[in-house]
Design a binder for this molecule. Structure first.
Ligand SMILES: Cc1cc2nc3c(=O)[nH]c(=O)nc-3n(C[C@H](O)[C@H](O)[C@H](O)COP(=O)(O)OP(=O)(O)OC[C@H]3O[C@@H](n4cnc5c(N)ncnc54)[C@H](O)[C@@H]3O)c2cc1C
Length: 396
């Protein structure tokens, strides 16, 4: 059973938690990794898309056990039905592979265990208390209550994180910074396995988009994200809108074999993401890309940074805020600027009218995206629709 004391307790065995546990255990720390669900990674709550470059940069070699499909790129559809095609490398951190997300999470968790972490599933953290400059974590496991002591807690408990609030970090989000999601796994339709597809527009998905992520020719994750602040009636609920979309796009209709609901933050990343004895990683620290909703790669980056910082703190014997500040110095140079930039882009995206979406896609549909940059994009749009550039520049 649980030991009385660990060097680090990691709460949540998603990509962030398992990566943190792996890095800490690899450095010889006594690590406890707890997961409230019965099985790591299951049930899946994800569209399962991940960028190839993101994985490559992390040194994670693709494995057939957790890759369902590899795509060439993404198609982005305007409300008019026109679309632009982007190569995978241009299409953000969700486009490249479609995963078996449960197997992927289990692969990362196994790495953490092989490095020496103790993993318990059906083990749910239910509170923290500070005692003599350490933390006591209260855990419910098969109906029994346990307490373990540790100088460092890593909160990897996802979007619904409580660890931050327990530790005194305010993690609550504004409804305008939350996308509520609904997704079907559909089989028996005919999907294009080479492209991930996105549908944008205020009627289709207010403040978000519909996605089709093909796992094969026959199977895909078909989902929707809608800005919570725009859900002001039954007809704006994600399920209603997704069902409507499928009625209007019968080619994607098939047998529904799974239903998934959840939410993602589309906010700025949390600052600070640490306090005395505690670091927050991944979705718990709001590290999802606010424009695309992708968070797997960022979860791993921040998890690794927290595991490395924990090892340093244990070596120094200093678990104070001052010492854990190093955590931000490790994750920020890698993703902070991108998260802020995409937060600003999202703030513009949610204000754009369908007419403007149509004009942008119309102006860009024959554009060569291998030489994309913002200036050239605006130039291409401005040549055809100068009024659109004028409207966008108001927001910029
Ligand atoms: C519908 C949907 C589609 C998405 N699609 C994509 C996509 O295609 N690509 C992409 O990159 N990102 C996607 N995301 C986001 C992505 O899933 C997250 O960014 C990613 O899972 C973050 O990893 P994490 O480890 O921080 O959190 P999670 O993966 O959420 O892991 C948190 C873990 O903590 C556990 N836990 C929570 N509370 C406790 C507790 N008290 N005690 C013990 N355990 C606890 C949970 O059970 C969970 O296993 C999607 C999200 C949603 C909701």
């Amino acid at each position: 059973m649980f030991k009385e004391k660990y060097d680090v307790v990691v709460i949540g065995a998603g990509p962030a938690g398992s990566s943190a546990a792996y890095e800490a255990a690899k450095r010889g720390l006594k690590v406890l990794l707890i997961e409230k669900r019965a099985e790591v990674g299951s049930p899946i709550r994800c569209a399962e898309g991940v960028g190839k470059e993101g994985l490559e940069d992390l040194g994670i070699k693709p494995k057939s056990e957790w890759i369902a499909n590899e795509v060439k790129g993404a198609r982005i559809y305007a409300p008019s039905g026109d679309y632009i095609t982007l190569e995978a490398s241009m299409a953000g951190s969700e486009v490249g592979y479609v995963l078996h997300r449960d197997k992927f999470d289990q692969y990362l968790a196994k790495m953490a265990v092989d490095a020496g972490s103790e993993l318990y599933t059906r083990a749910m953290a239910i509170g923290l208390k500070r005692e003599d400059s350490e933390i006591v974590v209260r855990i419910r496991h098969f109906g029994n209550l346990y307490e373990v002591r540790t100088p460092i807690v890593i909160g990897a408990d996802g979007f619904e994180s409580l660890v931050g609030e327990w530790a005194g970090i305010r993690t609550r989000l504004d409804p305008k910074d939350i996308n509520v999601t609904f997704e079907y796994r559909i089989t028996g339709a005919k999907f294009d396995p080479d492209y991930t597809e996105f549908y944008i527009g205020n009627e289709v998905a207010p403040g978000g988009y519909v996605w089709i992520f093909p796992k094969s020719e026959k199977e895909a994750n078909v989902g929707i994200g809608v800005l919570l602040s725009r859900v002001d009636s039954e007809k704006k609920r994600p399920k209603y809108l997704l069902d409507k979309f499928l009625k209007e796009h019968p080619k994607y209709r098939g047998k529904i074999i799974a239903v998934i609901s959840g939410a993602v933050s589309v906010s700025k990343p949390l600052e600070p993401s640490y306090t005395d004895n505690v670091m927050l990683v991944g979705d718990a620290a709001r590290m999802i890309d606010p424009l695309t909703g992708g968070g797997i790669i960022h979860a791993i980056i921040s998890g690794r940074a927290a595991g490395e910082t924990a090892a340093k703190a244990i070596e120094k014997g200093d678990y104070s805020k001052r010492s854990l500040k190093e955590y931000e110095a490790r994750w920020k140079p890698k993703i902070y600027e991108k998260l802020l930039r995409n937060y600003l882009a999202k703030e513009i995206f949610v204000k754009v009218s369908d007419d403007v979406f149509n004009k942008i896609v119309d102006a860009l549909k024959d554009y060569d995206f291998s030489r994309i940059n913002t200036y050239e994009l605006l130039k291409a749009i401005g040549e055809k629709y100068p009024e659109v550039v004028e409207e966008l520049s108001q927001y910029l």
